[in-house]
Write a protein that binds this ligand. Structure first.
Ligand SMILES: Cc1cc2nc3c(=O)[nH]c(=O)nc-3n(C[C@H](O)[C@H](O)[C@H](O)COP(=O)(O)OP(=O)(O)OC[C@H]3O[C@@H](n4cnc5c(N)ncnc54)[C@H](O)[C@@H]3O)c2cc1C
Ligand code: FES
Ligand code: FES
Length: 508
C-alpha cells in the first residue's frame, strides 16, 4: 500500500508513491494549488497556512489552522484540508457555503480588500486562512486579542497589522457565509468507510515507498510493537520539531511512526489530584487544560509559538524532545509533573512512571529505556495555597524561542517558605532546577533580603552559555531578576497585582 486518501477542498483525493517526508505544501504547489505560499518552510511565517479538518473521538469535526510547510502529507490520510482556493471556488456541490457566493469574494477576503489589509500580497492567503479559522469558530465578532492570537503565526512585512486586525472585525459585517459542517462530517465518515481505507490492516496504516516508510498506528499496543520491531524509526507527533529536521537540516528520516491517529494518546483526563495529558494532545488542548488549574501559565501558553504551531505540536513532543530552551519543561518541573513511558518487550507492555526532572540527564540525553515511547504527562493539581508563575524572556513577543524561561511554585506558611521549586530553561544543557537557590529559601522568611541572598547564589546552580539568543551574563542576570519579579508578585504584604505585570492579566 502506498496510497493515501483525503479530502482536498471538498473533493476526495488520493496520492500515491510520495516520499515519506513530503510536505503538504510541496504536494499542493506541485498539484496546481499555488495559492498556498512558501516563505520560511519552518513554521515561522504563516504564508503556508491551511485549515485541517478531522473527526474527533466523538465523531465531531474539528477544524484548525496548520502550517502546510511542516506537515508531512501522509498525516492527512483520512482527514480533510482546505486551502485558499476553497474560498474562491466555494462551489463544491452539496457543500457550498452559498451558491450565490460562487466566484465572489468570501467575507474574510472582502474585509481584507476593504480594510487595505494587503500590499505585496505574499502573506495574504495565509492571513486569510487564519482569519477564516476565527470566522468558522465564531459567528459573531470577537475581541481583537482573539484575532491577534489567531494571527500570531502570520508575518506581514509590508502592510502593518492594524488594517489586518480591522479586517478581522469587519469580516462579520457582510452577510454570513455558512459552512456546512455536517456535509464534511458525512464526507469524512464515508471516506473512513470506503473500501480503500478498509483494506488497510486495522492496527496501522503503513505506506512504503522507495525512499521510506510511514506508519500510522491506530492504538498504543500497535505503536509499541512497531517501535520494538523498528527501534531506529523516528516517532512523529506534530512535526513542529521533526519537520524542521527534514526541511532545514536535510536529515533523512527513512522510517516515521506517526502518533496523530490514536484517540487514546490524545485524551486529557483528570482525577482529584492529577491532570493527565496524552502525549499526542495538541499544545493548544494541553495548555488549555493546564491553565484551567494554573491560570498564571496563560502568558506562556499564548506566547508558545503560534496558533497553527500549537494546533499541530504536542505537549508530548515538547517533553520528549526536551530542548533546553523548551517552554513547557520549567513549569512542569516546578509543578512536580511525572511522565509515563512505555515499551513492548518479552511479549508484554511495560509501563513506568518517572519524575519529569529525572528524565533529562544531559544535553539531548534522556532516560529512555530501549524502545520506549512517551505515553502521557501527569500534572499535579494545586492542592494547597500554591503560588505559581512562569515567565518567558525572548526577543519577540509572539512565536519566538526563549532566551530564558523560569518557573516557580511556592508554598508559604505564616510568611515562611514551606516549599519552593524553581526551574529554568535556557540556563543549562537541560531544563534544570535551581536546587541551591531552593535550599537557601526553604525554611526562610519570604522577604526581600532572603530573596536577594538567594539570587546571588544563582551562579552556583547555573553556568549558562553564550549563543545567538543571549550572552551567559544576560541569562544569569535575567534568571535572577525573574526570581525577584516572582517575589514582587507574591510577597505577603504588598504583592504587585497581575494587571501591573502581565498583558494577559485580564485572562487570569
Ligand atoms: C515556528 C515554531 C515556533 C516554536 N516555538 C516554540 C516555543 O515558543 N517554545 C517551545 O518550547 N517550542 C517551540 N517550538 C518547538 C516545537 O513546537 C515544540 O517543541 C513542540 O512541542 C514539538 O511537538 P511536536 O508534536 O511537533 O513534536 P515532533 O516534532 O513530532 O517531535 C519532536 C521530538 O519528540 C519525539 N517525540 C514526539 N512525541 C513522542 C512520544 N510520545 N514519545 C517519544 N518521542 C516522541 C520525536 O521523535 C522528536 O524527537 C517551535 C517550533 C516552531 C516550528
Ligand atoms: S512557509 Fe513559513 S510557516 Fe510555512
Ligand atoms: S502584504 Fe506583503 S508581506 Fe504582507
Amino acid at each position: 500500500m502506498n496510497t493515501i486518501n483525503f479530502i482536498l477542498n471538498g473533493v476526495p483525493t488520493s496520492a500515491s508513491n510520495l516520499d515519506s517526508t513530503k510536505t503538504l505544501l510541496t504536494w499542493l504547489r506541485s498539484n496546481q494549488r499555488v495559492g498556498t505560499k512558501e516563505g520560511c518552510a519552518e513554521g515561522d511565517c504563516g504564508a503556508c497556512t491551511v485549515l485541517l479538518a478531522e473527526l474527533d473521538a466523538t465523531q465531531d469535526l474539528t477544524i484548525k489552522t496548520v502550517n502546510a510547510c511542516i506537515r508531512f502529507i501522509h498525516t492527512l490520510h483520512g482527514k480533510a484540508v482546505f486551502t485558499i482556493e476553497y474560498l474562491r471556488q466555494n462551489n463544491i456541490e452539496g457543500s457550498s457555503e452559498s451558491a450565490s457566493s460562487k466566484n465572489t469574494l468570501h467575507p474574510v477576503q472582502q474585509a481584507m480588500v476593504d480594510c487595505h489589509g494587503s500590499q505585496c500580497g505574499f502573506c495574504t492567503p495565509g492571513i486569510v486562512m487564519s482569519l477564516w479559522g476565527v470566522y468558522l469558530e465564531n459567528e459573531q465578532a470577537v475581541q481583537p486579542n482573539r484575532i491577534a492570537d489567531a494571527l500570531s503565526g502570520n508575518l506581514c512585512r509590508c502592510t502593518g497589522y492594524k488594517p489586518i486586525l480591522d479586517a478581522g472585525q469587519k469580516m462579520y459585517v457582510y452577510p454570513r457565509v455558512k459552512f456546512d459542517k455536517q456535509y464534511f462530517v458525512d464526507q469524512l465518515k464515508s471516506l473512513h468507510l470506503s473500501a480503500d481505507l478498509n483494506h488497510r490492516p486495522l492496527e496501522y496504516l503503513s505506506v512504503e515507498t522507495e525512499t521510506g516508510r510511514f506508519d500510522t498506528p491506530k492504538n498504543v499496543d500497535a505503536l509499541l510493537r512497531l517501535k520494538a520491531a523498528y527501534p531506529e524509526a523516528t516517532i512523529l507527533a506534530g512535526a513542529t520539531d521533526v519537520g524542521l529536521w527534514s526541511n532545514k537540516s536535510l536529515l533523512e528520516l527513512p522510517h516515521l511512526i506517526y502518533l496523530g491517529d490514536m484517540p487514546e494518546l490524545k485524551r486529557i483526563s483528570q482525577d482529584r489530584q492529577t491532570l493527565t495529558i496524552g502525549a499526542a494532545a495538541s499544545l493548544n488542548e494541553a495548555y488549555g487544560a493546564i491553565c484551567k488549574h494554573y491560570p498564571t501559565l496563560y502568558e506562556i501558553f499564548k506566547r508558545f509559538a503560534s496558533t497553527p504551531v500549537r494546533n499541530s505540536g504536542t505537549l508530548g513532543g515538547n517533553v520528549a524532545n526536551g530542548s533546553p530552551i523548551g517552554d513547557s519543561m520549567p513549569a512542569l518541573i516546578a509543578l512536580g509533573a511525572t511522565i509515563t513511558l512505555a515499551s513492548h518487550r518479552d511479549q508484554t507492555r511495560h509501563d513506568r512512571v518517572i519524575a519529569l526532572e529525572d528524565f533529562y540527564l544531559g544535553y539531548q540525553h534522556k532516560a529512555w529505556e530501549p524502545n520506549e515511547v512517551l505515553i502521557c504527562v501527569h500534572v499535579p493539581l494545586p492542592q494547597n495555597d500554591i503560588a505559581f508563575r512562569s515567565y518567558k524572556v525572548s526577543k519577540r513577543f509572539d512565536s519566538d524561542i526563549s532566551a530564558v524561561c523560569g518557573a516557580y511554585a511556592l508554598t508559604l506558611e505564616s510568611g515562611v517558605v514551606k516549599n519552593i521549586k524553581i526551574a529554568y530553561g535556557g540556563m543549562a544543557g537541560t531544563p534544570k532546577r535551581a536546587t541551591m537557590v531552593e535550599s537557601l529559601l526553604r525554611g526562610a522568611t519570604w522577604n526581600a533580603p532572603t530573596v536577594k541572598a538567594a539570587m546571588s547564589t544563582m551562579n552556583q546552580d547555573y553556568q549558562p552559555l553564550t549563543d545567538m539568543r543571549a550572552t551567559a551574563n544576560y541569562r544569569l542576570t535575567v534568571a535572577k531578576n525573574l526570581l525577584w519579579r516572582f517575589y514582587l508578585e507574591t510577597q505577603p504584604d504588598q504583592a504587585l497585582p497581575p494587571e501591573k505585570l502581565s498583558v494577559f492579566a485580564h485572562s487570569f
